[in-house]
Design a protein around this ligand. Structure first.
Ligand code: MTE
Length: 333
């Protein structure tokens, strides 16, 4: 089975239900579109009402649909079976809400994805402060099915919705001194109980080289499975860099800084030997404490199912290999 178009990912009835909802919302003249903070339903008042009995989001068809999505991604990496929605939204790493895999699903209801402002600053000709409505309109929403490979050795296949990060960065007119891009997540202990813990140095910071950030595969995601991002997946906007270990894909981003020096990410600060700046998925470079040669695909057969072979650059070598031509990937891990 392939998963190239949204209708193959989401049961038809769910899609039709959403369309009916959209019409209704339009008929209400926007009254249904409000600030839905607590349960993460950040486009839709009706959707929140629909989940009053089950406030934690873990089934498709309950969050607001992202309108205007066109499916664009096909090719080898779209042939993998998409990971069930329940896995994608209940098995998460989002340490601002706790370190257990289900903690973000349980705790992220306190995150308020609206109102939200993203600033783009640093080595740019035009510093920007953009609200969520502007961000949602800034580029054409595309559905892209990407593999996500966590450094811990598990993986998923997720139908993200968003647009290339380059669309956003170009707006700010980077200067010639912009060699790297730093991403800074929200760190508000009122909304994020985990920020009171010392597990990482908050805020969560990540970084990319400018050419990595401008690569068309690098995505700013606003949704998954055709709907706005559930809070636990990094609402209202998060990075997705599919050829790097998952921790490079920072969630709930409030600031993007273009800089001339390599940023130090939270994970590098925590343990530079284990979590390098590049962190490209690479089956030949092991984590100091475990092999990276194989991975467990979530939703496919449980803990004892045969592991999959991990692919160089997570299967995106043809697209991104040239970014690292001539580099010793054992040194720049
Ligand atoms: N972003 C923030 N702000 N905080 C985090 O703890 N965890 C990272 C990354 N982004 C994390 C984060 C890790 S380790 C992974 S594997 C992915 O998010 C997981 O994304 P998912 O939960 O949507 O699958």
């Amino acid at each position: 089975m392939t998963h190239g178009v949204p209708s193959e990912i989401t049961p038809r009835a769910v899609y039709e239900g959403r369309r009916a909802w959209l019409k209704e919302a339009a008929a209400l003249g926007g009254a249904a579109v409000g600030l839905q903070a607590a349960s993460g339903l950040w486009l839709s008042g009706e959707a929140e009402a629909a989940t009053a009995a089950a406030p934690l989001v873990a089934r498709p068809g309950v969050l607001a649909p992202l309108p205007g999505v066109r499916s664009t991604v096909a090719g080898a990496y779209a042939m993998d079976k998409v990971t069930p929605y329940e896995k994608v939204t209940r098995y998460n790493n989002f340490y601002e809400f706790g370190t257990d895999k289900e903690a973000p699903w349980h705790n992220a209801g306190t995150l308020k994805p609206r109102p939200w402002t993203l600033s783009i600053e640093g080595e740019v000709g035009k510093p920007l402060k953009l609200g969520l409505d502007d961000l949602l309109k800034l580029g054409a929403m595309e559905e892209r099915i990407y593999r996500l490979r966590c450094v811990e050795g598990w993986s998923m296949v997720i139908p993200w919705v968003g647009y290339s990060l380059s669309t956003l960065i170009q707006r700010a007119a980077p200067t010639s001194r912009a060699k790297y891009v730093e991403f800074i997540s929200l760190a508000d202990e009122k909304q994020m109980p985990g920020v009171r813990s010392g597990v990482l140095d908050w805020p969560y910071v990540e970084g990319l080289r400018i050419d990595e950030a401008m690569h068309p595969l690098t995505m700013m995601a606003f949704g998954l499975y055709g709907e706005v991002l559930p809070n636990q997946n990094g609402a209202p906007l998060r990075l997705v860099v599919p050829w790097k270990y998952g921790f490079k894909s920072a969630k709930s981003i409030v600031k993007i800084r273009l800089v001339d020096k390599e940023p130090v990410s939270s994970w590098t600060k925590a343990n530079a030997r284990e979590y390098g700046f590049y962190s490209n998925v690479n089956p030949t470079v092991d984590h100091p404490r475990w092999s990276q040669a194989t991975e467990r695909r979530l939703g496919e057969g449980g803990f004892f199912a045969p592991r999959k072979t991990t692919l160089m650059f997570n299967g995106y070598e043809a697209q991104v290999g040239q970014l690292y031509a001539g580099m010793d990937l054992k040194k720049y891990y």
